[in-house]
Design a protein around this ligand. Structure first.
Ligand code: CA
Length: 430
């Protein structure tokens, strides 16, 4: 194991830290972030990397030179983060501190080693980003009160907008891990059974009401035992990080199939996630309390700490044949009624075991404002108020060739801890 000149101990979240790699203040990837991903470049096999400015830092290259002495080096040669995540929060934290140290402007160790720099720093434009972890299970929640209320008002009227259980637990369903894909993967318009209210019998055809759902995904990095419940502290410690998530939804398929067991094919055809997993530790400075919960949750769901994050979110559409992105929605993760920690506590409460690599969708993130709605279903009010964009473009739902781009970041003083983007383009059903 290597011995090197250790820098003075500064927490990797310290806003005063600087890297020898130039990072623009508008970049998502300053030294205070250091999100993990899986990438390949120069014909080499996929391995684990960290984003810094416009580069990917190759952790396998560094580990082979014994530069990251806090971890079994082989975990960084894997094509997923699962083996690294399985090592637990203490290793996550020490590894992040070591990477921060290596990238500091006042540390010559990597800065002045031209050979190692050439090997370990890959321009992002040369890197192909892969699905960052092997998704063990995918669960999708429904935890924005504004979203649940909007949808409830649309389908059941104002007086019955929230179902009686909604304020008592995070509502969720078990989704499909098999079709979770990384940003950039094309999404084929799904086919399914449709039965609009005007039709007597269902038909099987391409979805006509294709939608996005703006969500954040929790990446579970530690397992829980079957039969065991989780405390707030245990649930929090199991969260490795967060990713941007687009839970593509076929509204017309959903409308016909969802009674009585909830969504099935309407959500199973694709879920896109961002390539960068921002660690829970990097988001620490941006913790905020969520909305007040009334009625008070049952004891097993109560939380003492601020478990929400002040995380700005932005959704844009790029119509076919245009290069300009047009904003559809700007909102914030902080509005979520149920926190990710409460979702995890609820998920395990029956005795359900959680696994390394489980992905928990937050549920569509809508805010209180009209311009803060996280799905086209809400933006176009179920197609009755199509959104009008520049260039005469009108949308009720997504059309073939549309690209949808989601971005997210926490704004610090002079820097931002960002997630990059999750993007997907719709291709025709046949
Ligand atoms: Ca969803």
């Amino acid at each position: 194991m290597t011995t090197c000149n250790r820098r003075s101990t500064v927490h990797p979240n310290d806003p005063s830290l600087r890297s020898f790699i130039p990072v623009d203040p508008s970049s998502d990837f300053p030294i205070q972030n250091l999100p993990y991903g899986v990438f390949s470049a120069n014909g080499l096999a996929p391995r684990v990397g960290v984003a810094i400015g416009a580069y990917v830092l190759d952790l396998w290259a560094l580990a082979q030179e014994c530069r990251i002495d806090v971890v079994e080096p082989g975990v960084f040669a894997e094509p997923s983060l699962n083996a690294f995540m399985a090592l637990g929060p203490d290793v996550w934290s020490k590894t992040r501190a070591r990477i921060s140290e290596l990238l500091r402007h006042d540390n010559p160790e990597l800065r002045d080693n031209t050979q190692l720099r050439d090997r370990a720093l890959v321009p992002m434009t040369d890197a192909r980003l892969h699905l960052p972890f092997q998704v063990a299970g995918y669960t999708d929640f429904y935890s924005s009160k504004e979203h649940a209320t909007n949808v409830g008002v649309m389908f059941r009227g104002k007086d019955n907008a929230l179902q009686p259980n909604w304020l008592h637990m995070p509502i969720g369903y078990n989704g499909r891990a098999s079709t979770v894909v990384v940003s950039g993967t094309k999404v084929r318009r799904p086919r399914g059974q449709l039965k609009p209210p005007t039709a007597d019998v269902p038909s099987f055809s391409p979805c006509k009401r294709l939608d996005f759902e703006l969500e954040m995904g929790v990446v579970v990095g530690q397992p829980s035992q079957m039969g065991e419940m989780l405390t707030e502290a245990q649930a929090e410690a199991m969260i490795f990080g967060f990713v941007l998530l687009n839970d593509w939804s076929a509204r017309d398929i959903q409308q016909w199939e969802y009674v009585p067991l909830g969504p099935f094919q309407a959500k199973a055809f694709a879920t896109s996630i961002g390539p960068w997993v921002v660690t829970r530790e990097a988001l620490e400075p941006f913790r905020v309390h969520g909305p007040e919960q009334d009625p008070k949750p049952l004891p097993y769901l109560q939380q003492r700490n601020a478990q929400n994050y002040d995380l700005e979110l932005d959704v844009a559409l790029r119509a076919p044949g245009t290069s300009a992105e047009q904003t559809l929605c700007r909102t914030n993760f902080k509005y979520m009624y149920w926190s990710s920690v409460q979702q995890l506590m609820h998920h395990a409460s029956s005795g359900c075991a959680m696994n390394v690599g489980d992905l928990l969708g937050s549920g569509t993130i809508s805010g209180p404002g009209k311009d803060q709605r996280g799905s086209l279903l809400e933006i176009s009010w179920n197609g009755t108020e199509p959104v009008e964009l520049a260039g005469g473009i009108k949308r009720s739902f997504l059309e073939d060739g549309d690209s949808l781009v989601m971005r997210g970041w926490c704004q610090g003083d002079g820097y931002r801890v960002g997630f990059g983007a999750v993007e997907g383009t719709i291709t025709p059903a046949e």
